[in-house]
Design a protein around this ligand. Structure first.
Ligand code: DGL
Length: 419
């Protein structure tokens, strides 16, 4: 397995080419580059915002945890709530690469290299100042660089965490990088549930095997026995939550299919204990937690499935553990703002990618999104060409159904988005 992972992840040179491309343009004016002189001193770096990215709105579930976490004392940094959100002084820059999502479907069509390039481009966007206004004909250069990158996407963590860490080391910049998968595995450990474990994630995340591997390691290191683990990769659920017209059925209908497939996969493990812990291994899924839980209740009505599924499930959402990890990492690097310090920007900022309709060769579908065949046939290595551009996200760019999910389930995010 180790050799396979090495072959899968070590042989791609495209992410490395992108790293060299950014190094070759240190003033950050070129596409896919950033101003390499931005991190001059620890004091200056500390005043920078924290970057958070996902393929779309899913990472907003992680941002909600970042905005609301109160797991530490803000002065002593010791564990324990103190009534003040742990990141009260910090500001966040959120980026959703919505034009290129679902990320989880690239590996199945042999486009893993392209996906890995997209993921490093996301990091470069957060590190840089370059963005587009919605109507602008030229890019602008006033977006602030970040002091930390939270990969708020399981698929991007599975395929890009190592690339981004290596890139940050190659660029010699003091930027913290945190992913969601290890946090999810720690969430399983902390849940202390007794039955079997089911991972619901994208097809790409499941194909990488990252969750079974990381959960097994985490439980093993803690001296716990490892229960049966089954996983189910969905090519549709994240897109449906996003409101993507390529996935026309309801979120509940897709959730039921995935829950059923997970239960069947769990049957294959032949475990005696029922499936109890459900890892929401895609950051979009906490937005559909009610629908997913209702799907398992529905399945238990079927006598053939009842004994496979615990009556009460324990859901693990990696978001909170990710927020705690970011707190610890910022504190350790002395990059956490103190109560009397302020970030260089007053408000959180949000960006989304949209297709560049003015570029020749970019193919669109009827609703103006990137054509699905075009999207999944692109090759890496075209580092002077952008077929999507990153623009400020306004709530009207989010499709109505998904905006409703964000409004109802992520109130702190919704409030910041509508400021
Ligand atoms: N939210 C992303 C994740 O956590 C994936 C959605 C997608 O396929 O783009 O894996």
């Amino acid at each position: 397995m180790k050799i396979l992972a090495w072959l899968l992840f070590a042989t791609s040179t495209h992410a490395a080419d992108l790293v060299s491309h950014a190094s070759a343009h240190p003033d950050g004016r070129a596409v896919f580059s950033f101003d390499a002189s931005a991190w001059q001193s620890t004091d200056e770096t500390r005043r920078m915002p924290v970057g958070v990215f996902d393929s779309g709105i899913g990472g907003l579930t992680v941002l909600e945890s970042l905005l609301t976490l109160d797991a530490f004392h803000n002065d002593t940094l010791q564990p324990g709530a103190d009534g003040t959100p742990d990141f009260a002084q910090e500001r966040f820059i959120y980026f959703g690469d919505q034009a290129n999502m679902p990320y989880g479907n690239y590996p199945a069509v042999n486009r893993t290299d392209y996906l890995r390039e997209l993921i490093v481009k996301d990091a470069i966007f957060l590190l840089g100042r370059r963005f587009w206004s919605a109507e602008g004909k030229e890019p602008q250069f006033t977006k602030p660089p970040v002091k930390a990158i939270v990969i708020a996407c399981n698929t991007a963590t599975a395929y890009g965490l190592e690339d981004i860490r290596k890139a940050v080391a190659a660029w010699k910049i003091p930027v913290i990088v945190v992913g969601v998968v290890e946090a999810g595995a720690r969430g399983v450990l902390e849940s202390q549930a007794e039955g079997g474990i089911g991972v619901l994630a994208t097809s790409g995340t499941c194909a990488s095997g990252v969750y079974p591997r990381t959960i097994t390691q985490t439980l093993g290191l803690a001296g716990k026995s490892v229960p049966a683990i089954a996983q189910q990769g969905s090519p549709t659920l994240a897109g449906a939550i996003e409101g993507d017209s390529a996935f026309p059925e309801s979120v509940s209908a897709y959730a039921l299919k995935e829950a059923r497939a997970l239960a069947e996969a769990y049957r294959g493990t032949k475990a005696a204990a029922p499936l109890q812990t459900i890892v929401l291994g895609c950051t979009h899924y906490p937005l559909a937690k009610n629908e997913i839980d209702a799907a398992f209740d529905e399945l238990r009505k079927d006598a053939a499935l009842r004994d496979l599924i615990a009556e009460k499930r324990v859901f693990v959402n990696p978001a909170e553990a990710t927020a705690r990890e970011l707190f610890r990492e910022l504190a350790k690097a002395k990059l956490r703002l103190k109560a009397d310090e302020h970030c260089s920007i007053e408000q959180h900022q949000f960006y989304f990618s949209v297709p560049r309709v003015d570029e020749t060769g970019v193919q669109l579908s009827a609703d103006g999104s990137l054509d699905k065949d075009y999207k999944y046939s692109r090759a890496p290595g075209h580092l002077d060409f952008e077929d999507t551009k990153n623009v400020p996200l306004t709530p009207d760019l989010i499709p109505a159904n998904s905006a409703k999910l964000v409004r109802e389930r992520l109130p702190a995010v919704w409030k910041s988005l509508n400021r």
